[in-house]
Design a protein around this ligand. Sequence first.
Ligand SMILES: *Cc1c(COP(=O)(O)O)cnc(C)c1O
Ligand SMILES: [Zn+2]
Length: 397
Amino acid sequence: MYLSHLECPRCGREQDAGKPANLCDCGSPLLARYDLAAVAKVVTPERFPLRPADLWRYRELLPVADPRHMTTLGEGWTPLLRTPTYGAEIGVADLMVKDEGLTPTGSFKARGAAVGVSRARELGVERIAMPTNGNAGAAWATYAARAGLGATIVMPLDAPTICRRECVAAGADLRLVDGLISDAGRHVAALVADSGGAIFDADTLREPYRLEGKKTMGYEIVEQLGWQVPDVIIYPTGGGVGLIGIHKALHELRELGWVGDKLPRLVAVQSTGCAPIVRAFAAGEDRARPWADAHTVAFGITVPAPLGDELILAALRESSGTAVAVDDAEILADLRDFAAREGLLLCPEGAACLTAARQLRASGWIRAGERVVVLNTGSGLKYPETVDVAGLPVLPA
Ligand SMILES: *Cc1c(COP(=O)(O)O)cnc(C)c1O
Ligand SMILES: [Zn+2]
């Protein structure tokens, strides 16, 4: 294993990666660091196509030492689809969608869960707990069951009911809260504090390895493009783990010498019903203030106070990217428009990225001929209410 230590991106303090860790003493999330010079000596990009089609193909850049601890359901290596018909319609001829809908548990959260659970198991954790908007809880409950760990999941009542079912099916201790993910977070913090160390807090960015799983989306995009980077990557941002992860992955690839100096511009997409990052980005601030009365059809990005705000905003600025808020009516219209043109049913969070692509092209921020990759973070099948089938004609028997 090439994991060397944990590092605080805010105060620079280093920590031992050999025991379970949460936040730095200064309150910032921690980032996993690797001996990249050693990795570059043992593996080169040509080796990857010979490996299994899952995220463990990047094992030298992941934090699991013993292969017996790798908990997998085949996550990763999702298709990067060309979408020329819809692309032509919005003036982005080279538009591609990375379809995370094919991931186990129906969302890219499985990437974070596979790596996070594997590492937790390796470090001797026996029970994890987390607040969730649905998909993360479903994924962590599923991988925890596979790894033989206990899972306590706290979820808002409004989260997609399929995610509840996934947690219960996986034998998790599921608790519902009549509130938002931030309310669920307070319950988890209390449970963890009262457990005397028996429960490990696996909340978004409160442990460093979920990010490591999600960063593999960045490696895959680059490998699938023949070790080239696109011009723009558009990501639906809730907690921001995927965006921070893709940014981290791109920097690791650059340090490894596997891509050139020019990196993609990163775009954070939020809903106008919950846009703390967009507001902070527009105001030129380093931190985001909590969003009041958060509400959107894109449930996975309803995060009023993301813990990773500083890291998200830094990634956007450092990559010359931007942040865009889109409204629910447009998200749903684009979701249906895209499905009818390209035959892929997106999740609302993924559709929000198309709305953003359309708007950024119209404003000229995306230039003609640029290669744009959109993340469809989950399966449209988990959100049956996005397509209305009431009033269809019924034939007599
Ligand atoms: C969790 C989630 C997001 C947001 O992911 P972050 O990495 O936390 O920003 C986007 N889409 C879906 C479908 C999700 O479940
Ligand atoms: Zn710190």
